[in-house]
Design a protein around this ligand. Structure first.
Ligand code: PHB
Length: 249
C-alpha cells in the first residue's frame, strides 16, 4: 500500500477520513473533513472524491457529505452483529410489550459499549442511547455487564483508569467498581440508577453464545420505576435469544 509523506498508508488515510464521522457529527463539508483528518488538504479532498465515486460517502444537494449507504450494506453483510441483532429482535419486542420503555442490545467494542439496536415506546422516558452509538463501560448498565464478564486483562486495563463520569452517580472509583462487577457476576444482572442520567435507571443482563457473554440486553426506565419486572423480562429474553443463537449455527 503506497505511503504518504507523513508515513500513513492509503488505508490509514481512508480510515482517518471515515473516522471524522461520529453519531453526533453525521454531515460535514469536504473542507471540515479535510481539516479534521489533519491530512494535507489536497490529499484529503482526493480521498473524499474517490470514496464518493465508490459510494462509500454520499454528497447531498447542499454539498454536505455523509457516510454512504454502500458502507452500511458492506458492514452488515455477514457480520456477527447482524446475526446477534436478528436473534435478539423478536425477544426485545417481547420485552417492549411488557415494560413499554426502551430496550437495547449492546456489544463490547474497543473498551466501550456499542449499541446495535434500540426499541422505544412512544411514551417512554429519557434515553441518550443511539444505535451505532457508544457509552463508557463503567457508566451504562450494558457496559457494566459487558465489563463484568469481559476478559480479566481488559477488566484490569479499564479499572486502571481513567474512569470517565457521565453523571454525578457514575462509578469512577476502581475499588467500588470492582465490587460492583463481582456482584453483577454473582447476581447475573445490574441495576444502575442515575449512572448515565439522574432521571433514569438502566437494567442489564448478559447474553451468551456457546457459554461466552457476547452482548448485553438492557432497558432504560424512569428513575422511580420498579426494576424487578425489567430484570425478569430481560432474563427470560436473554435465555430465548441464547436458544435461538444455538439453533442458528
Ligand atoms: C444505561 O444503560 O444504564 C442507560 C443508558 C442510557 C440512558 C440511561 C441509562 O439514558
Amino acid at each position: 500500500m503506497a505511503n504518504s509523506r507523513s508515513g500513513d498508508s492509503m488505508t490509514a488515510r481512508i480510515v482517518r477520513v471515515l473516522d471524522t464521522f461520529t453519531s453526533e457529527r453525521t454531515m460535514q463539508t469536504a473542507s471540515e473533513i479535510a481539516r479534521r483528518t489533519g491530512l494535507p488538504s489536497s490529499s484529503a479532498h482526493r480521498i473524499i472524491a474517490e470514496l464518493i465515486g465508490q459510494g462509500l460517502l454520499e454528497r447531498d444537494d447542499e454539498n454536505r457529505i455523509r457516510l454512504g449507504m454502500r458502507l452500511w450494506e458492506l458492514a452488515l453483510r455477514g457480520s456477527s452483529a447482524l446475526r446477534l441483532r436478528q436473534a435478539a429482535l423478536p425477544h426485545m419486542e417481547r420485552v417492549q410489550t411488557i415494560i413499554r420503555e426502551h430496550t437495547q442490545l449492546a456489544v463490547l467494542e474497543h473498551e466501550e459499549a456499542l449499541f446495535l439496536e434500540r426499541l422505544s415506546h412512544p411514551d417512554a422516558g429519557a434515553n441518550i442511547t443511539r444505535i451505532a452509538g457508544r457509552l463508557p463501560l463503567n457508566a451504562s448498565s450494558s457496559g457494566l455487564v459487558l465489563l463484568a464478564f469481559a476478559d480479566p486483562e481488559l477488566r484490569e486495563r479499564v479499572l486502571a483508569g481513567p474512569l470517565r463520569a457521565v453523571s454525578r452517580e457514575t462509578v469512577t472509583d476502581a475499588a467500588t467498581l470492582t465490587s460492583l462487577l463481582t456482584s453483577i457476576r454473582r447476581r447475573g444482572y445490574v441495576s444502575a440508577p442515575g449512572s448515565i442520567e439522574a432521571v433514569s435507571t438502566g437494567v442489564a443482563v448478559p447474553v451468551r453464545d456457546r457459554g461466552e457473554v457476547v452482548a448485553a440486553l438492557s432497558v432504560v426506565l424512569p428513575r422511580d420505576a420498579a426494576t424487578q419486572p425489567a430484570v425478569d423480562a430481560l432474563l427470560a429474553a436473554a435465555k430465548s435469544i441464547e436458544g435461538d443463537l444455538r439453533s442458528s449455527r
